[in-house]
Every structure is written in structure tokens, then in C-alpha cells.
Design a binder for this molecule. Structure first.
Ligand SMILES: Nc1ncnc2c1ncn2[C@@H]1O[C@H](COP(=O)(O)OP(=O)(O)OP(=O)(O)O)[C@@H](O)[C@H]1O
Ligand SMILES: [Mg+2]
Length: 456
């Protein structure tokens, strides 16, 4: 427990979610976790902030020069794509990922790509020595001139360096290992982490440096530290590893300047991260011999169609009346809703079955257009029937069982055909499709139509 700071009154804070209170709780009232309240000081410095600052004047919105914060392409195509078409100058981007997934590798490659374009980069590492970073840079071919290193040292030194040297980019590897003299009495507490982050953001907005922060994440896929860290920065990207073919996915969890559903796909090689230009080839293997409980869904990653595989396992439940519903890569509430629609409209007694749903390759589907694919995987597993050969399926399922049209239909269908799929199950409500030679289009208007396709 951090020692009680002399000047401040006692203040308690949850290390999981950052909830603050003058009172101690055994269980955090906000995130409901036990034993997570620690004593610290209120982080927002409210006491010092009493005096009014220099008089601020509003600026007419129409006169704000948006072009003064241009986007800059780093040169790493998949990285730029996830950011929404390059980095916005002076922004602060947090990149989270599990230990060893390749965060330092990614940011060192980004640094090198930026340095090669003539931008100065300051790389702060609180975890590795300058020699270790140089060794990695040599292996990646990223030892570009224009990158300066600062291995360890407090926030105050880093701020001074940035003000003196004025680098265009600052990499902080990692935010959890950047100490601050001012918050030293708070130890590695949430309050300290938040103060350090706030100061870095202030530095970015004040000195014009663009910042990438690396953050550790916990097993539950939370950034280690307060959730409020995510609210403070401009963008939060998660870097995720898949054992399959050494794939690495980069996904935007929050982005003030770009879309959320973009996914960047890399492959980890000895020479570093290689962009994967045709991810479907890696994500979907064995497309010919499908098994019961599968469906191929043409998802959209931004404006790029990306074929993904949805798998379901529907098995007799040992927990009568309380079966399990577990979804990985898909919203579990939506899964429950789709199961209820299947039970009601198709009269299949799913209440007796455990249901596991998985989107393969570590992909996450947030589109309602995947509903019909999820239903196909569920019903196909339940009945033990293989879905139509070489098929993709798309459509939103309404509460009355009707199949609703989806966005970007043409683009999705074209990609499926390009990848060699020959049967397309799609919403009848989408209207007539262009005639594709040798392609069988099956229009479905109601979820009952799915049973036709999944006959034993
Ligand atoms: N010689 C090598 N050949 C191929 N891959 C390597 C080699 N050395 C390291 N790697 C890859 O790099 C990964 C580690 O990368 P990196 O250090 O960038 O991860 P990190 O996310 O920064 O880890 P940490 O959380 O420890 O800081 C390893 O898991 C491995 O996949
Ligand atoms: Mg690292």
C-alpha cells in the first residue's frame, strides 16, 4: 500500500477501474472487483487548480484550420490502415498487447519507417537497455539514423529532452515503466499512471510531438491500470497474437480520427513484422472439406472485405436449466438473442445445450450482417449437418426471424467469388444481384429458409 502523502487527505482508488472515493470499500462499487481499493492521493490536482488560468477565448469553429493537423503515412501499410489513413499529428496513441506479442518490434519498425522519411524519433525504453534495443533494430534492419534512444529515466527528464530536442515522434515503451519524481510517493499506483499519462498528453498538445504509448495488458484484455487511461488518449490499438502462422492482428478499440472496424494483419518473421496483403488465404484454411458447425462470413474491415470463419459447438449440457453460452470474437448478448430466435422460430430446443461460438484466427466480428452466419453455424452443429459446399453466408436476423439486408453487399460477394466460393446465401430483401457466371445465389427471406439448406 502506498504511504499516505502528507499534504493530501486520505483517498482510495480502485486499481482495476480507477474509481475514486474518500471511503474504503472491500469491493469496488464501480467494477465490483474485490480488494482492489488502494490508498493514494487524488490525481487530478484539484487543490492546485483553484486559480483561474489566462483568459481563454473561444474560436469560431468555421475558422479552425483543420489542415494544420495533417495525417502522416508511416509507410507501414497495415499500421496506417488501422489508424484510419495515417497518424494525425500531435495525437497520443496507446498500443496495448500481451507480453511478448511484439509491441516493441512494431513500434521500432514504425520508428524506422518514420526516420527513413526524415522525421526525428525519440524512443524511450523503461524495460530494455540501449544495447538490447540496438540488437533488435539490427535484426529488423531498423537501425535508421534519426532515432535517438533514452533507456530509463524519469518523466521529468523525458519532458526536458522533448522540449530541447523537439523530436517529431516520441515512443514510450512502456507507460507502466515511466516513473515520475512528482508522483513517486504514490508508487506504481493508478493515480501515478494517470498523472504520467496526463502529462504526456499535455506534452504532445503543447510541444507538437506525436506520441505512441505502449501499454501492458492483463489476462482479461484490459490495459493494466485504470480504464480511464483509454478515455484520455486519442486512440487505443490492441496488438494481438495468434499462434496460427505467427499472425498478429492490430485492431482499433478507440479512434478519435478513424473507423473502429479496421484490422491490420501482420506475420511475425525473424526479420520483423511483414504485412499480410491477402489475409483470407491465412485466415481460412481447408475451405473444401467443411464440417458441421461452420460458416464463412465475408466481414468488412473498414472498406476491405475479409472472409472469416465462424465456428459453433452445440453439445448436450450437463447443467440442466442453466446451459453455458460462450462467445469468443462475437457479442454474447447477440448470441443469446440469436439462440432465442432459433428456439422460437425453428423450434429447436437449444435450452438443453451448451453453446460455444468462436470466430477463428482471433478475429472479432461486430457486424449484425454476421447473424445469419452465426445461425448457420449453430443449426449446422446442432443437426450435425455440413453446410452447403463452398458457400458463404450473410444477413442480419430480425427478432421475428426475418432476414434483413446488409451493407456493402456487392463488395462482400465479389470478394467471396474472388476467393473461389461458388454459393452465396444472402438476404432476399437485398433485391436482385448482378449475374455472376457459375455462382449459385440462394436468397433467404426468413430464418426458416436456413433449415432448407441444412437438411440431414
Ligand atoms: N530471432 C527472432 N526470430 C523471430 N522472431 C523473434 C526473434 N526474436 C524475437 N522474436 C519475436 O518477437 C517477439 C517479442 O517481441 P517484442 O519484444 O517486440 O514483444 P513485446 O510485446 O514488446 O514484449 P514485452 O511485453 O516483453 O515488452 C517474440 O515473441 C517473437 O515472436
Ligand atoms: Mg517490449
Amino acid at each position: 500500500m502506498a504511504p499516505k502523502p502528507a499534504k493530501h487527505p486520505a483517498w482510495f482508488e480502485c486499481v482495476e477501474c480507477g474509481y475514486q472515493s474518500a471511503k474504503y470499500f472491500g469491493r469496488c462499487p464501480q467494477c465490483q472487483e474485490w480488494n482492489t481499493m488502494v490508498e493514494g492521493a487524488k490525481a487530478d490536482g484539484a487543490e492546485e487548480a483553484g486559480e483561474p488560468g489566462p483568459s481563454a477565448r473561444p474560436q469560431p469553429l468555421a475558422e479552425v484550420d483543420a489542415a494544420s493537423a495533417p495525417r502522416l503515412l508511416t509507410g507501414l501499410a497495415e499500421f496506417d490502415r488501422v489508424l484510419g489513413g495515417g497518424v494525425v499529428a500531435h495525437s497520443v496513441i496507446l498500443i496495448g498487447g500481451e507480453p511478448g506479442v511484439g509491441k516493441s518490434t512494431l513500434l521500432l519498425e514504425v520508428s524506422a519507417a518514420l526516420a527513413r522519411q526524415g522525421h526525428s524519433v525519440l524512443y524511450y525504453s523503461g524495460e530494455e537497455s540501449a544495447q538490447q534495443i540496438k540488437m533488435r533494430a539490427d535484426r529488423l534492419g531498423a537501425a535508421a539514423a534519426g532515432i535517438s534512444l533514452l533507456a530509463s529515466g524519469p518523466l521529468e527528464d523525458l519532458k526536458r529532452l522533448v522540449r530541447e530536442a523537439r523530436p517529431a515522434f516520441l515512443i514510450v515503451d512502456s507507460i507502466q515503466t515511466l516513473p515520475s519524481r512528482r508522483t513517486a510517493p504514490l508508487g506504481g499506483s493508478v493515480a501515478s499512471l494517470r498523472t504520467v499519462t496526463a502529462e504526456i498528453i499535455e506534452l504532445a498538445k503543447g510541444s507538437g510531438v506525436t506520441v505512441f504509448l505502449i501499454g501492458h495488458i492483463t489476462k482479461e484484455w484490459q490495459l493494466a491500470g485504470p480504464k480511464s487511461l483509454e478515455h484520455m488518449v486519442d486512440a487505443v490499438l490492441y496488438f494481438q497474437g495468434e499462434t496460427q502462422a505467427d499472425l498478429r492482428l492490430l485492431r482499433a478499440e478507440k479512434n478519435r480520427f478513424g473507423p473502429l472496424n479496421e484490422v491490420g494483419i501482420f506475420q511475425m518473421t525473424e526479420k520483423g513484422l511483414a504485412s499480410v496483403s491477402d489475409p483470407t488465404q491465412v485466415l481460412i484454411q481447408d475451405r473444401q472439406s467443411r464440417s458441421p458447425g461452420t460458416a464463412i462470413f465475408p466481414a468488412m474491415s473498414g472498406l476491405r472485405p475479409l472472409l472469416t470463419e465462424v465456428q459453433a459447438l452445440v453439445a448436450d449440457s450437463p447443467f440442466a436449466g442453466n446451459p453455458r453460452r460462450i462467445a469468443i470474437g462475437f457479442d454474447s448478448y447477440r448470441l443469446s438473442m440469436l439462440i432465442s430466435i432459433i428456439e422460437k422460430k425453428l423450434r429447436l430446443p437449444f435450452y438443453k445445450s451448451d453453446v460455444f461460438l468462436n470466430v477463428t484466427g482471433g478475429m472479432v466480428i461486430r457486424e449484425t450482417a454476421a447473424d445469419l452466419a452465426v445461425c448457420q453455424a449453430l443449426v449446422s452443429s446442432y443437426r450435425g449437418v455440413v453446410p452447403p459446399a463452398n458457400s458463404v453466408v450473410l444477413g442480419e436476423v430480425g427478432l421475428t426471424g426475418e432476414i434483413r439486408p446488409v451493407s456493402f453487399l456487392e463488395m462482400r460477394v465479389k470478394e467471396a467469388i474472388r476467393q473461389g466460393f461458388s454459393t452465396i446465401l444472402l438476404p432476399a430483401a437485398s433485391g436482385p444481384m448482378a449475374n455472376y457466371k457459375g455462382i449459385s445465389v440462394i436468397s433467404i427471406d426468413n430464418i426458416r429458409g436456413l433449415l432448407e439448406q441444412l437438411k440431414a
